[in-house]
Design a protein around this ligand. Structure first.
Ligand SMILES: [Zn+2]
Length: 244
């Protein structure tokens, strides 16, 4: 075994470990990335309840405005009615009496109508306030669930992060055993080919794309004298020790 052959054999051994670690890291990152989805769904539900609450508050504010206006109109009407009634006792003649009495009757009718309006506004408000109370309770419940989920996700994400860090450190031990150009070639192909950059060639086939490797090249790969890439998918090929 020549010096360069031994070195390449060692580099290939390291690359095998790197490839294995990279696949594990990829999977962890994928799992970690999927975590926020459940939280996103909860946030959406919470935002929807928030919108409903804002709508109810607006409707309640409108009903309160109507109530205030009606109340002001009632007070004004009551003042006019009191004045009208006091004038009624001081009338000088029957013509004046007729006029003041008519005004008094109208003001009394208006008072009844305003009271009805006020009661209606009050009745309108009741279901709105009830619905608002239910929405607020629902919001509180969702917030609690959302916070619990966020805590769970953050602890899960932390676990993934720890595992990724551990595997990345392990990876660094192997990358130091591989020549930079070979490592760069591996990283490049891996990036372009679904995370697989270093694949076995078994029974004359590239296990990355399953295409036949030319027999001459397969023999060269088996000897481990040089780096060979699959002519179809460009992944770096090696022949596993047990099958070479
Ligand atoms: Zn291939």
């Amino acid at each position: 075994m020549t010096q360069s052959t031994r070195l390449l054999t060692e580099q290939f051994k390291a690359l095998e470990s790197i490839q294995e670690l990279d696949l594990k890291i990829d999977q962890l990152k994928k799992n970690q990335g999927a975590l926020p989805e459940s939280l996103r769904v909860m946030e959406q539900a919470l935002a929807k309840v928030g919108q409903s609450i804002a709508q109810k508050n607006h409707a309640i504010a409108e009903a309160e405005k109507v109530q205030r206006q009606t109340q002001a109109a009632r007070e004004l009407n009551n003042d006019r009615l009191a004045r009208s009634e006091s004038r009624l006792v001081a009338v000088q003649n029957s013509q004046e009496y007729q006029a003041v009495n008519k005004e008094t009757e109208q003001l009394k009718k208006l008072a009844i109508s305003l009271e009805e309006q006020f009661k209606k506004a009050e009745a309108d408000m009741e279901p709105l306030k009830k619905a608002l109370g239910e929405l607020i309770a629902q919001q509180e419940k969702l917030k609690g669930e959302r916070d619990a989920q966020a805590n769970l996700l953050s602890s899960q994400s932390g676990k993934f992060e720890t595992e990724i860090t551990t595997l990345t450190k392990e990876r660094a031990q192997y990358t130091s055993q591989v020549d930079k150009p070979l490592l760069a070639q591996y990283d490049r192909v891996r990036g372009a080919r679904q995370g697989l950059g270093f694949v076995p060639a078994i029974a004359g086939r590239c296990k990355g794309c399953n295409m036949m490797v030319p027999p001459q090249m397969f023999n060269e790969i088996r000897k481990r004298n040089a780096v060979h890439a699959c002519p179809s998918c460009h992944r770096i090929l090696f022949v596993p020790a047990e099958s070479s």
